[in-house]
Design a protein around this ligand. Structure first.
Ligand code: IPM
Ligand code: MG
Length: 359
């Protein structure tokens, strides 16, 4: 039997542990059906790691993450750690993993399952059929640019600074990822910028246009981010691949999430030069943590993305997608996607239902 290597589970905080457990349950089941093995490792990250070691991203976790073929992360953060200094906040661990592992491409699909079209706050006819992918640059832009920080001015007031910066190379490599993926999907890329105001994104537009010369079979359009925010709720079906910067991608991917009914449905993949990290788009949801109510489907679908992007196990990845669809078709619903006439299930039961429906 083929061993695909080390998979590091980093459950993190809040509902992270509950949903990762279900992701691993499905991984275990699918590996048996599809004839592969892996070495499962576990690590501490986020607030849980801070409590245990004083560091949200302990060196041991980083080492394991670098050595692993893929990382499955739950969620980090919670009100308990909000008073902490920025440098040791749980969120820092996420940013640290992204930059230390060189995970420059973040893929966030927003696909509306027909069974859930009514769970969206938008009308069914607007969202039904939506199948888009946000390709977000993840290791550059305003999240990492320097100078940054808050300084005291002579008059006793303060000045806060962050810097939006992109180099040609950073734009080229993320643009290539977007075009290559679009080639295997709907062959359309919408590149999102604010080139009418921000010079940095004028460069973004220019470089994306240049990279596109090698991808003439893919249609490229450019859109300002404010217009994109509007178009996403006006007519989301116009989009196939949305290519954008770190911060615009952060914002637009949350907006896209709501098209699908619940952020509890959205998986993500962060890929780089070597390994990949997979995580649900949702956060640690401290309000429902430990109650067995969280929707594990985003994490389960993230496991599917892992099998596809890190290991090229397409049949196994598709089996997970199909099993999620089947569980939804049969009417199983966690509270966030509950609808009249459906059956309420908890986190673990939803994981079981997906396993039962693996073809
Ligand atoms: C996300 C999150 C993170 C981000 C936070 C938690 C640092 O919002 O993954 O979208 O801003 O990238
Ligand atoms: Mg976000």
């Amino acid at each position: 039997m083929k061993n695909i290597g080390d998979i590091l589970a980093l459950p993190g905080d809040g509902i992270g542990a509950e949903v990762v457990k279900e992701g691993l349950k499905v991984l275990d089941a699918v590996s048996k059906k599809h004839g592969f093995t892996y070495n499962l490792k576990n690590g501490l990250v986020g607030g849980a790691a801070y409590d245990a070691t004083g560091n949200p991203l302990p060196p041991e976790t980083l080492r394991m993450a670098k050595e692993a073929a893929a990382v499955l992360l739950g969620a980090v953060g919670g009100p308990k750690w909000e008073p902490l200094d920025y440098s040791v906040r749980p969120e820092r661990a996420l940013l640290g993993l992204r930059s230390e592992l060189g995970l420059f491409a973040n893929l966030r699909p927003a696909r509306v399952f027909p069974e859930l079209a009514d769970a969206s706050t938008l009308k069914r006819e607007v969202v039904e059929g939506t199948d888009l992918l946000v390709v977000r640059e993840l290791t550059g832009g305003i999240y990492f640019g320097k100078p940054k920080g808050i300084t005291m001015l002579e008059d006793g007031t303060e000045r806060g600074v962050n810097t939006l910066v992109y180099t040609t190379g950073e734009i080229e490599r993320i643009a290539k990822v977007a075009f290559e993926i679009a080639r295997k999907r709907g062959k359309k890329v919408a590149s999102i910028d604010k080139a009418n105001v921000l010079e940095c994104t004028e460069l973004w537009r220019r470089v994306v246009t240049k990279v596109h010369k090698d991808f003439q079979d893919v249609a490229l359009s450019h859109m300002y981010v404010d217009n994109c925010a509007m178009q996403l709720i006006r007519n989301p079906k116009q989009f196939d691949v949305i290519l954008t910067t770190n911060m615009f991608g952060d914002i637009l991917s949350d907006e896209a999430a709501m098209l699908t009914g619940s952020i509890g449905m959205l998986p993500s993949a962060s890929i780089g030069l070597k390994n990949g990290m997979y995580e649900p788009v949702h956060g640690s949801a401290p309000d429902i943590a430990g109650q067995g109510k969280a929707n594990p489907l985003a994490t389960i679908l993230s496991v599917g993305m892992m099998l596809k992007y890190s290991f090229g196990l397409l049949a196994a990845a598709e089996a997970i997608d199909r099993a999620v669809s089947s569980a939804l078709k049969k009417g199983y619903r966690t509270p966030d996607i509950m609808a009249p006439g459906c059956g309420a299930v908890g986190t673990a039961e939803m994981g079981d239902k997906v396993v039962e429906n693996l073809g």
